[in-house]
Design a protein around this ligand. Structure first.
Ligand SMILES: Nc1ncnc2c1ncn2[C@@H]1O[C@H](COP(=O)(O)OP(=O)(O)OP(=O)(O)O)[C@@H](O)[C@H]1O
Length: 236
C-alpha cells in the first residue's frame, strides 16, 4: 500500500526551478532513501513536501492531497520533518524541546506519555532532560530532533541527512534506532542521504536524484548491488 505519493513535483527558489517534475512513492511502513550529489535537490524535495517552500504537482498521503504552501497543516497532520542541521532549540532544555514538538497537540495526558516514551527509548534524553539542548553532542542532538519530530505522532517521518557531521559509530547506532522505530511502530520514513551504505541497509527502496530529476528507482538491495551506484555513492 502506498503512503506517500508524489506526482510531478516542481519546486525551486524565486525563478530558478530546482526540481523538474519528480514522481516517487513511499509505501506504508516502509523506509525509502533518496540519494544524490550535492545540490541535486534533496533538501529542496523535503522542504517542498513539508510545505516550507512553494511547489507544483501533487503530494498525497494515504490518498489525501496535502495543501501546498501550508507547512503547519502538512507537518502537524501527517508528516514530521527532521531538517538538515537538526533544528533543535539550543537554548531550551531537552524536555522543552520535546514539548515544543507537540505544540499542535491538545491531548496533554498522551503528550506526557509520549515524552516519557521517547525519554526511555533514547535514555540520554531522560538523563539530560533538564539540560539545554545546546550542551548535547551531535549524535544526542540528532536523537532529540528525531524524538521531537515523533512527538507529532506522524505517519511519515522525513529526515534530511541525519548522519551529517557524526562519527561512523554514532551513525551506525542512529540508523539502527531508526530501523527500530520503523519496525516497532510501523512509521514510514523518507531519508535523504549522501552517504548511502547504512541508509540503504535499513531501507526497502532507494531513489537517486540527479539535477532535479529522479534517475534511478530500485529496491534498496538492487541499488546496493548496482555498480554505477556503488562507484558514485558507496565508495567503490
Ligand atoms: N534558499 C535557497 N535559495 C536559493 N537557492 C537555493 C536555496 N537552497 C538551495 N538552493 C539551490 O538549490 C539547488 C538544490 O539544493 P539542495 O539543498 O536541495 O540540494 P541537496 O541535494 O540537498 O544538496 P546538499 O547535499 O548540498 O544539501 C542548489 O543549486 C542550491 O544552490
Amino acid at each position: 500500500m502506498t503512503l506517500l505519493e508524489v506526482k510531478d513535483l516542481r519546486a525551486g527558489y524565486g525563478r530558478s526551478e530546482v526540481l523538474h517534475g519528480i514522481s516517487f512513492t513511499v509505501g506504508a511502513g516502509e523506509i525509502a532513501v533518496m540519494l544524490g550529489a550535492n545540490g541535486a535537490g534533496k533538501t529542496t524535495t523535503l522542504r517542498a513536501l513539508s510545505g516550507l517552500i512553494d511547489r507544483r504537482g501533487d503530494v498525497a498521503i494515504n490518498g489525501e492531497k496535502l495543501p501546498a504552501g501550508d507547512a503547519a497543516r502538512a507537518v502537524s497532520e501527517r508528516l514530521a520533518h527532521v531538517p538538515e542541521g537538526r533544528g533543535t532549540f539550543p537554548g531550551f532544555t531537552v524536555h522543552e524541546n520535546l514539548m515544543l514538538g507537540a505544540y499542535t497537540r491538545r491531548d496533554r495526558a498522551a503528550v506526557a506519555q509520549d515524552v516519557a516514551y521517547w525519554q526511555e527509548f533514547f535514555p540520554i534524553l531522560g538523563q539530560r532532560a533538564k539540560q539545554r539542548a545546546g550542551t548535547l553532542s551531535g549524535g544526542e542532538q540528532q536523537m532529540l530532533a528525531i524524538a521531537r519530530a515523533m512527538m507529532l505522532r506522524p505517519q511519515l517521518l522525513i529526515l534530511d541527512e541525519p548522519s551529517q557531521g557524526l562519527a561512523p559509530v554514532i551513525v551506525r547506532d542512529l540508523f539502527s534506532r531508526l530501523s527500530e522505530i520503523n519496525k516497532s511502530m510501523g512509521i514510514a520514513m523518507l531519508i535523504v542521504e549522501q552517504n548511502a551504505h547504512l541508509s540503504l541497509s535499513i531501507a526497502a527502496r532507494g531513489y537517486v536524484l540527479e539535477a532535479g530529476k529522479i534517475s534511478v528507482s530500485q529496491p534498496a538491495a538492487e541499488l546496493q548491488a548496482n555498480d554505477e551506484i556503488r562507484r558514485a555513492y558507496l565508495g567503490g
